[in-house]
Design a protein around this ligand. Structure first.
Ligand code: IDP
Ligand code: MG
Length: 149
């Protein structure tokens, strides 16, 4: 089982898409291990996006992420990182297929609603950054057998 850090960005929170995004991961069969509304500091966001700090879009990205609260979540399941990103869609929403979150609900790369970890290593780094006191590792009983062979 893998874990991924999935985050609803400020545009998604303000547009009332938190429930819709949670619903998609729940209906897929993934398991929620942590969820919190955050008002992160600039330093926290710079750390989250540290791999992008040389990019020209880094300053506007940080301003966008500071524009309102975000909802951070940890989801768990088989191939969670890869499938999670597929469910979000492409970075540029205009390249995202209908049926993905970005494909269905947004237009611009700089307002693309959501974040998903891009590798198992970055997922674990991001989970530790956003949930330093840990997540709730709970067992599902019957439903686990209905979702996994
Ligand atoms: P990802 O969110 O699909 O993993 P990254 O390359 O990690 O994409 O970039 C992080 C975020 O930075 C994107 O989700 C998007 O909000 C923003 N971003 C990426 N590339 C651009 C760009 O070319 N222009 C403006 N914003 C960008
Ligand atoms: Mg990324």
């Amino acid at each position: 089982m893998e874990r991924s850090y999935i985050m609803v960005k400020p545009d998604g929170v303000e547009r009332g898409l938190v429930g819709e995004i949670i619903k998609r991961f729940e209906l897929k069969g993934y398991q929620l291990l942590a969820i919190q509304l955050f008002k992160p500091t600039r330093e926290h966001l710079q750390e989250h996006y540290k791999d992008l700090k040389e990019k020209p879009f880094f300053p506007p990205l940080i301003e966008y992420m500071l524009s309102g609260p975000v909802v951070g979540m940890v989801w768990q399941g088989r191939e969670m990182v890869k499938v999670g990103r597929r469910m979000l869609g492409e970075t540029n929403p205009l390249n995202s297929n209908p049926g993905t979150i970005r494909g269905d609900f947004c237009i611009e790369t700089g307002r693309n609603l959501c974040h998903g970890s891009d590798s198992v290593e970055s997922a674990e780094r991001e989970i530790a950054l956003w949930f330093p006191s840990g997540v709730i590792q709970w067992e599902r009983t019957k439903i686990q057998k209905l979702i996994y062979e």
